[in-house]
Design a protein around this ligand. Structure first.
Ligand SMILES: C[S@@+](CC[C@H](N)C(=O)[O-])C[C@H]1O[C@@H](n2cnc3c(N)ncnc32)[C@H](O)[C@@H]1O
Length: 283
């Protein structure tokens, strides 16, 4: 059966748990912890996807960081570039970013507190969106606007779902759909369907896997990913986790990896409209 990737993206993006007031406050709470870790030099981790972007900037570059969050990318981008415009609609997130900028006395970042679809910004050299398109049902429109606002490079970072992962197995059992949420596989195919043909940088094989201290925490993680508000599926979840998670000294390790891809293109080049037939996806 042929998959309609744009429709699948739309469906998964519309189900995202981070939408609505409750979802936003859960996100702000979770990211407040991350912001603290980002400011701890002992917790710094390499980010090859961010490095790919940083390598293409110089002291004269202007950058648009769409969905900046607490500034995980914004701050390193602004340390390399001339100026960064950070688009971040959620108040708790942009206030945390603002605090981090003030504590570093960084003055080359402008925050625009609007969603990307409403933001009115001039063209920058580079436009990036790191994991911030997951709640936008129209991925192609998101990308087209990035292209309209950038002169040299557009890049979208998205997570790659683990092929042999537990979440995919559970999602298929519970929801009848292997993809539990928007991700690179669905996103890249949706962009192809829309006539975009971007390049892809895949971060080197990840050695990072989810680990939960207890089975209860692992089950809570599964329920969160699968958007389950009650315990109706706890039986199948526990059976699957007991069969698939590996006991380690730190707890229970999932086979699901954490790995990302950067979908990137040069404006006006990879976004030329191609016919579906030329891509082999037409009727
Ligand atoms: C998963 S966080 C990633 C933040 C940051 N880019 C990073 O990688 O650390 C996603 C962020 O995108 C923001 N976001 C979601 N939808 C957005 C939209 N339509 N326009 C701009 N920002 C958006 C959210 O508020 C959130 O702060």
């Amino acid at each position: 059966m042929r998959t309609e990737w744009s429709d699948l993206w739309r469906k998964l993006a519309s189900q995202d748990l981070m939408t609505g007031e409750a979802g936003e406050s859960r996100m702000v709470e979770r990211w407040a912890g991350l912001a603290r870790r980002l400011d701890d030099p002992g917790e710094q981790r390499p980010d090859p996807v961010l490095e790919f972007v940083l390598d293409r900037l110089d002291a004269g570059t202007t950058v648009l960081d769409i969905g900046a969050g607490v500034g995980r990318w914004t701050i390193p981008l602004a340390q390399r570039a001339r100026a960064v415009t950070a688009i971040e609609p959620v108040e708790g997130m942009w206030r945390a970013l603002q605090d981090r900028l003030v504590s570093r006395q960084m003055e080359n970042v402008t925050i625009v507190s609007e969603p990307w679809s409403d933001a009115d910004v001039p063209a920058h050299d580079v436009a990036v969106a790191a994991y911030s398109m997951y709640t936008s049902p129209g991925l192609a429109a998101f990308a087209r606007k990035m292209e309209a606002c950038s002169r040299r490079l557009c890049g979208m970072a998205m997570r790659i779902p683990a092929p042999g992962g537990v979440i995919g197995e559970l999602s298929e059992t519970i929801h009848g759909e292997w993809h539990d949420s928007p991700n690179f596989v669905v996103g890249y195919n949706a962009l192809l369907e829309a006539g975009l043909t971007p390049n892809v940088f895949v971060e080197p094989a990840a050695a990072r896997y989810w680990t939960d201290r207890t089975m209860g925490e692992a089950a809570a993680r599964a329920r969160r990913h699968l958007r389950l508000a009650d315990g109706r599926f706890d039986g199948v979840i526990m059976e699957t986790l007991e069969r698939r998670l590996v006991r380690t000294g730190e707890g229970y390790r999932w086979p699901d990896w954490m790995r990302a891809a950067l979908v990137w293109w040069e404006p006006g080049r990879a976004c030329e409209a191609l016919s579906g037939q030329a891509l082999g996806i037409g009727p």
